[in-house]
Design a protein. Sequence first.
Lengths: 116, 114
Amino acid sequence: AQSVAQPEDQVNVAEGNPLTVKCTYSVSGNPYLFWYVQYPNRGLQFLLKYITGDNLVKGSYGFEAEFNKSQTSFHLKKPSALVSDSALYFCAVRDVLSGGSYIPTFGRGTSLIVHP
Amino acid sequence: DAMVIQNPRYQVTQFGKPVTLSCSQTLNHNVMYWYQQKSSQAPKLLFHYYDKDFNNEADTPDNFQSRRPNTSFCFLDIRSPGLGDAAMYLCATSLSGQFTDTQYFGPGTRLTVL
């Protein structure tokens, strides 16, 4: 079984400050992890994914995420937030288990608000 | 640019009046998905196609049907919309059934039921 948790409904950060959006996961096998961003009245846009290899993954718009197997986490980070980063962020996981499904499980989303 | 297109972007229908939402893709992906999303919640998978094979989620109401006449197009039919069906409907694609595949989403159709 696979599940993902985004413990914060909302994250507030001042423009120029670093931001972190948290994601933890639970899988039976090995995880493939994804981050998507959704702007108002738009579909989800892919930011980055972890498949294997380097634990630090770099993605679009200056975002990066760190895979931490011992803490079962995949937090999204950006060194300097922009007001335009304000959006809804979704973490998703696939459990790479023999006989498992390729359908991802999404977290409930975290609203990021960047204040000028 | 290759993309996922949804039409219309906004749809208003009356209670009980059938409605069809459409999705097309130029990515030539094998898998197409339909999600329902309410009030900034996580997208909820309704069903998906792997090529022509239809896969229905166990909790998807019978009121929701889908058609995929060819690789490029997929339709969501809501036979008798209720007020609870008002939501954003998202279409997505992925190349195949690989665990590494990224999903590509369309802009969504916001459905209002009067």
